[in-house]
Every structure is written in C-alpha cells, then in structure tokens.
Design a protein around this ligand. Structure first.
Ligand code: PGU
Length: 443
C-alpha cells in the first residue's frame, strides 16, 4: 500500500483542490475536528522551585504524623495548647464591623484613611510633630512583605543603582524582595557567632564603608532571626554613622509590642531616628502583634523633611501600587483602626500583647532551665535568655538542624532558628533533649 501522500501526488492539483473542498464541507458540518497533538509542554523550560525556607517548613510539618512533632519554623503565636490564637480584641472589632454593617466597596489606592492615621500614630506616637506637620507619607500595604516591596519599587524607580544594606543574617525574604524589585543589596555584619551577640564594630564599619546615600535596612526591634537588638546607646551610634554618610535608614517593624510587651518601647529605635530630623522609611506589619497573619495588613511610611515632599512620595507610592494590586483589602485595616482608635479596645490589646509576650518569655526561661539541668558540660546557654522576641537563634548548624527534624520531629529553619511562639511549657523538656542531642552528637 502506498502512503497517503502518494495518492495526493497522483491526484495532482485538481484532486487536491477537490480534497480541500470536501474537508471544508465536512468541517462546516462539524464532522471533522482538527486536533494538534501536544506531547511537549510549553512550560517545559520551567524547573521546579525549591520549597520556601520558612513557609515550606510548615508544609513538611503537616505531612509528619509523629505524635511528638513540633512546629518551630514559622513565627506565628500559638497558645499553650499549641493552637492558633485569635485575639479577643480582634473578635470584638469584627463584631463592631458586623453591627455597623460596613460596606465592601473599593478602598482608595492608599488604603483606609482611619488605618493610615492609626498606624502612623502607633509608630511615631500620636503627638509626634512629624504627624502634625504632615511630613509622613503613609500607604496601606499588603502586610509587612507587601509594604517592603512597595518601598523597594520606590527605591528602584527614584534611587536607581542605590544599594540596600541588609544585616547578616536577616529574615530570608528580604533578599527575595530586593532581588525581584531589581534593587542591588549587600550585607553588613550583625551576628557574631563567637559571642552569640551583636558584632557592633563590624556593623558600624560596614555601614561606614557603604557608598554614600545607601539605604540601611534595620529591624526596628526583635531582630529576626537572631533575637539580638542594639542597646539604646548603640542605636545612637548607628544613627550617627548613618547621618554622617548621608544614608537613608529603612526600618522593618514586624514585631512592635512583641519584643518588650510595650508598643512604645518597641518603637523607640524608629522614634530616635525620627527625632533627629532624619528622613526614613518604615514598613509595618500587624501579622504578629495583632495576630492578623492572613489578613495581610501593614503599611509603608516615608518620613520626609517637608509636607510637600511627603505628598509627592505618597502620590508615587500610589502609582506603584495601582498596577500591582490596585488597592488593598479592607478587613484587616478596619480591625486595626477599630482597635487603635478605641481607647477601651486599645488598652485590652496592650494587655493581650503583654500576655503573648509573657508566654514566650516564660517558655524561653523554661527551655533554658531544662537545658541547664540536663547538660552537665558547663556550656554557657545564657544567650537563649538574652535573645528577645519570638525567636531563639540556637547556633545549631545545618546538619544539627536536620537532626532536630529527622530524628526529633522538631521543625525549624535550617539557619538554626526556632520560634518560641510555637513552643509550650509542656514540650520544653523534649526540646531540651533534642537540642542537647543535636549539639553534642552531630558535628
Ligand atoms: N519582616 C520581618 C522581619 C519578618 O520577620 C516578617 C515575617 C515580615 C517582615 C513579613 O511579615 P508579613 O506576614 O508579611 O506581615 N516573618 C515570619 C513569617 C513567615 C514569613 O517568612 O513570611 C517568619 O517566620 O520569619
């Protein structure tokens, strides 16, 4: 038998025309569908992305069925029963919203006015002259991450080529944010493994050595992942060198209230810089302190030297936000505005925050006591107590952290960070055993 193409050849041009007419006729009757076989995906060149170093830990935890498993990966507050916690004031604020029958129409691009007012006041203090002088541009963002991303886009657009200096180490997503925004970054020394403390001299000299006009990313309080913050005197010296070098401070405030239990004390670093008349950027998040993780509520604030500059900066932040996500969600913004704007709810929030911060401090103490009681080697574990906020930077290396997960079912990030917010008093002894085993038996 000849191949079909030979018959077509033999039919000649005329035969081909007849064939085309017949196919067209059958197609018009719907009898023939022309299918193109797809056996190679158009997305073939896309490789599998690695799991996220922090959020990927929760996925692995969920897949583990061991009864002693413990999720100390993500920085999310849990109760003593290790259950997620919705704050009482959040429930009250949500009830208020239902009673008022509030609408769901679009917010303006810059977000809810009452939220923007409340968040700037919470950051700087309600009676700060900067607010009265309208020198602050505040735009509601998609929580801390989205707010940082807006600021990164502003830097890329108006300070092209300027570098952002980030601490070594830092929250893992900082690098992704600046990479995706095409903002060059480099690191300044921060953590000293020898003292398990701050490498203050290294930090100062790296900030000094950066090209003039760089952005210096600082953790407002409760440094993530180390839990090590500069002292008030060290903050002054950091401000000195930043001013000297004409750098622009860029604060990431994701834990206001969680470091000390006090909202004002935890904002003191930002306020110190602002009081010097410096221009600065501040990204805020309400994920931790109000437990609004999934509501994605936060803000980007730019403190400027004049009201006029602040108005222009705000207009450009809005211009950046519009094609990214158009305008932000309203629910979390109303919760924050209701809580901060109502004196009774505001006080209740402070009490709940003290409670959360207190529970973390007490498991920190219990973990330290348990380790000291079990470890007879004389090793100094006191850094666990000195660190503040949600995390403890254990100093465990990658192999030791793997042992924590593979042998003990303790899920944590591979940099040796554990979230004490996910630890209960009941599990401290177990965690102490896991840490001691990993520290001494894995190199
Ligand atoms: N900045 C710092 C220093 C943070 O630790 C976090 C959250 C954020 C910003 C962003 O928080 P938003 O949720 O966008 O408001 N870090 C947590 C949460 C998990 C994550 O990586 O997003 C953590 O466990 O480090």
């Amino acid at each position: 038998m000849l191949p079909p193409s030979s018959y077509l050849y033999m039919m000649g041009n005329f035969g081909l025309q007849i064939l085309v007419i017949v196919i067209s006729f059958l197609q018009s009757l719907g009898r023939i569908t022309m299918a193109v076989a797809v056996d190679v995906s158009r997305f073939e060149s896309i490789t599998m992305a690695p799991p996220d170093p922090i959020l990927g830990v929760s996925e692995a935890f969920r897949a583990d069925t061991h009864e002693m498993k413990l999720n100390l990966g993500v920085g999310a507050y849990r109760t003593e029963e290790l259950q997620p916690y919705v704050l009482g004031v959040v429930k009250k604020a949500e009830n208020l919203m239902l009673e008022r029958g509030e609408f769901k129409e679009y917010l303006p691009i810059e977000g809810l006015a009452a939220f923007n007012k409340a968040t700037a006041e919470l950051l700087l203090g309600a009676d700060n002259p900067i607010i009265k002088q309208q020198r602050i541009a505040t735009v509601q963002g998609l929580s801390g991450t989205g707010s940082l991303r807006l600021a990164a886009a502003l830097i890329e657009r108006y300070f092209t080529g300027a570098k952002v200096l980030i601490s070594s180490p830092t929250w893992g997503n900082h690098k992704n944010i600046f990479n995706d925004a095409r903002v060059p970054w480099s690191e300044y020394r921060y953590y000293d493994p020898k003292t398990v403390g701050l490498d203050f001299d290294g930090m100062i000299s790296d900030i000094k050595a950066a090209p003039e006009g760089s952005f210096i990313l600082l953790h407002g309080c409760a440094h993530n992942p180390t839990g090590i913050d500069p002292t008030p005197e060290q903050w002054e010296a950091i401000a000195d060198v930043i001013q000297e070098k004409n750098h622009i401070p860029f604060f990431d405030v994701a834990y206001q209230g969680f470091a000390s239990g006090s909202l004002d004390a935890d904002a003191s670093s930002v306020r110190l810089f602002a009081a010097r008349g410096m221009e600065l950027l501040v990204a805020q998040s309400y994920s931790k302190n109000l437990g609004l993780y999934a509501e994605r509520i936060g803000a980007i604030n730019v403190v400027c030297s004049s009201a006029d500059a602040a108005a222009r900066v705000k207009s450009q932040l809005k211009r950046i936000a519009r094609p990214m996500y158009s305008n932000p969600p309203v629910h979390g913004a109303r919760i924050v505005a209701n809580v901060v704007g109502d004196p009774a709810l505001f006080n209740e929030w402070k009490e709940e925050m003290e409670l959360m911060a207190g529970r973390i401090k007490s498991v920190r103490q219990k973990l330290y006591d348990s380790i000291c009681a079990k470890d007879k080697s004389g090793k100094d574990w006191s850094y666990i107590l000195k660190q503040i906020g949600m995390f403890s930077f254990t100093g465990l290396n990658r192999a030791q952290s793997d042992n924590m997960t593979d042998k003990w079912h303790v899920y944590m990030t591979k940099d040796g960070r554990i979230s004490l917010a996910g630890l209960s008093a009941a599990k401290c002894e177990y965690l102490a055993d896991a840490i001691i085993d990993s520290f001494y038996n894995v190199s």
